[in-house]
Design a binder for this molecule. Structure first.
Ligand SMILES: [Zn+2]
Length: 446
C-alpha cells in the first residue's frame, strides 16, 4: 500500500525541517489521517540505512498494535524498539543508542520520563506525532519540539473522502456549574455525580433511539462506575451494551471487542480507554457523556466514529456540551509551537463559530459555505427568531470587516440551550447559578 500524497508531503516536511537544522519536529495530523503509517515509513527508511529507531508510546496497550503495523510496513524490527515511556525511561542504560526517537501522542511529552529519554540520547534526531499539539493547560510544545509540520486538516480529509462526514447533535443539558476542576479537567467524581442522575440516563437512551437507533456506538463515560451503570441502563432498555476498561483482562477485552466487531454488541461503554490510538472496530456513532476541558480528548473521542466508508455518515451525540467549549471536531484550528496560555485559550473560545438548533438539536457552523449566516436551521428548517435575525445582519457586516469570525453569543438571548448559556457565563465570568436561572426562565431546563 503506497502512502497518500498528503502523507508523503508530511514526510517531505519533516526532511525539510532536518535539512534546515531542526532536531525535533512534530507532525500534526488529525485522527484518521494515518499517522501510524507515516511514522512507519519514517522508521522503515531509517532502519533501511542500518540506523536504530526508538518509538515511545504512553500506553502499554499500544505496543503490540504498533509492532504489527511496523512489521507489516517493512520496518526492520531488529533495529526498532517500541516501548512504553515509563519502561523505557527505567531501562535507558540497557538500550543501544537510537539515531531516531519517535514520540507517539507527542502532546504528553512534557513529563519527566520523556525528557529523561531525550536527554540520555542527545545526538538522536527526534520526531513527534499528534492530532493536537497542545497540552491540557493550553500551552504549546516549544519546550520539546522545534518545529510543527502541519499536514491537512480534518475538513480536508472529510472533503476528500478519507474521513466520513458527520452530524453533530447536542440534545440534552447537564449542569456542570458545581463540578470542580482537578488537574486541569472536570473532576471525575463531580462529573460522575451529575451523570448518574436518573433523568440523564433516560435522555441518553431516548436520544440514542431517536438519532442513531440500531447503529453501533462508543459511549464515553466519566468513571468506571458510570460506564458500568450506563452498560446496565442500555441493557435494561433492550440495547446490547458492554463495558471495558484498562483493568479488563486482555482476553476478555479482546473477546468483547470482537463481539463489537462482529456486530453482536451495539454499544461499547468505556472511560478513556478507547481514545488515543486504541484500535477498535469501525462504528457509526459516538456518545459523549464525559465532559472535558481537554481539546485532545474531545477530538479523539468525537472523531473515533468517523472512519471512512462509502455512504457513511457518522453521528455524534454530545450530552455534556463539549462542543460549546471547543467548537465542532473539524473546526479549523491554528496551531502554534509556542502557545500563550489562558489568554489565547479564552480568545479561541470566543471565536467559536457554531450554532445549536433548538428544534432538532443539530450543531452546525454559524455560516454556510459562502460565509452567509444561516437564518434557519439547514437540517430541519426551523426559522431562528426575528430579533436574532436583525442582529445577524449586523454580525454579517462586522464579519466582513474582521475577516472570518463573529462572536457567537453577544447576549444571553443568542443562546439556544443551557449548554450555550453555561459557556456564555463562563466566558463572561458570571457567578454560578446565573446560567441556570437564565435557562430556567427560558424554559430550557425542567
Ligand atoms: Zn433544526
Amino acid at each position: 500500500m503506497p502512502l497518500r500524497e498528503y502523507q508523503n508531503d508530511v514526510i517531505s516536511g519533516v526532511k525539510k525541517a532536518y535539512r534546515e537544522g531542526k532536531r525535533s519536529p512534530c507532525i500534526v495530523l488529525p485522527c484518521g489521517g494515518g499517522k501510524s503509517v507515516i511514522v512507519a515509513e519514517i522508521a522503515k527508511r531509517t532502519t533501511m540505512k542500518g540506523n536504530r529507531v526508538l518509538f515511545i508510546v504512553h500506553r502499554k496497550e499500544l505496543c503490540d498494535q504498533i509492532f504489527k503495523t511496523f512489521k507489516g510496513w517493512g520496518v526492520d524490527m531488529k533495529l526498532c524498539k517500541i516501548g512504553m515511556v515509563q519502561t523505557v525511561s527505567r531501562q535507558i542504560h540497557k538500550l543501544k543508542p537510537p539515531s531516531l526517537i519517535i514520540t507517539d501522542e507527542n502532546h504528553h511529552s512534557k513529563a519527566a520520563s520523556y525528557k529523561k529519554i531525550y536527554e540520555a540520547f542527545p545526538s538522536a534526531r527526534r520526531v513527534g506525532v499528534t492530532a493536537t499539539p497542545v497540552r491540557l493547560d493550553g500551552s504549546g510544545l516549544a519546550d520539546v519540539n522545534d518545529e510543527l509540520v502541519i499536514g491537512v486538516d480534518a475538513k480536508w480529509l472529510i472533503d476528500h473522502h478519507y474521513l466520513a462526514p458527520y452530524d453533530y447533535y447536542a440534545p440534552s443539558m447537564v449542569d456542570l456549574t458545581d463540578v470542580k476542576t482537578s488537574r486541569g479537567d472536570y473532576d471525575s467524581k463531580g462529573s460522575e455525580k451529575v451523570m448518574l442522575k436518573k433523568a440523564v440516563f433516560g435522555d441518553v437512551i431516548e436520544n440514542y433511539r431517536r438519532l442513531a437507533d440500531g447503529k453501533q456506538a462508543i459511549c464515553y463515560c466519566t468513571t468506571i462506575n458510570h460506564s458500568l451503570a450506563m452498560e446496565q441502563a442500555f441493557n435494561a432498555a433492550g440495547i446490547d451494551a458492554r463495558h471495558i476498561d484498562g483493568s479488563t483482562p486482555k482476553a476478555e477485552r479482546d473477546r468483547i471487542i470482537n463481539l463489537f466487531r462482529n456486530g453482536q454488541i451495539d454499544i461499547l461503554c468505556n472511560v478513556d480507554l478507547i481514545s488515543e490510538g486504541f484500535d477498535v472496530p469501525d462504528c457509526e456513532c459516538a456518545i459523549l457523556l464525559r465532559p472535558t476541558k481537554s481539546l485532545t480528548l474531545y477530538i479523539q473521542q468525537s472523531m473515533r466514529c468517523m472512519r471512512y466508508k462509502p455512504g457513511k455518515r457518522a453521528i455524534i451525540i454530545d450530552h455534556v456540551g463539549n462542543y460549546a467549549r471547543f467548537g465542532l471536531p473539524d473546526e479549523p484550528r491554528k496551531w502554534k509551537l509556542d502557545t500563550k496560555k489562558k489568554k489565547t485559550q479564552k480568545k479561541e473560545q470566543d471565536d467559536l463559530n457554531i450554532k445549536n438548533c433548538p428544534e432538532c438539536f443539530m450543531v452546525f457552523p454559524l455560516t454556510d459555505e459562502n460565509g452567509i449566516r444561516y437564518s434557519s436551521c439547514p437540517f430541519c428548517g426551523y426559522e431562528f427568531p426575528k430579533k436574532e435575525k436583525s442582529e445577524i445582519e449586523q454580525a454579517k457586516a462586522t464579519l466582513e470587516k474582521i475577516e472570518g469570525f463573529v462572536l457567537e453569543y453577544d447576549s444571553p438571548d443568542d443562546c439556544n440551550s443551557y449548554q450555550e448559556l453555561l459557556a456564555y457565563a463562563e466566558r463572561k465570568g458570571y457567578k454560578k447559578g446565573w446560567a441556570w436561572h437564565q435557562a430556567k426562565m427560558r424554559g430550557m431546563i425542567r
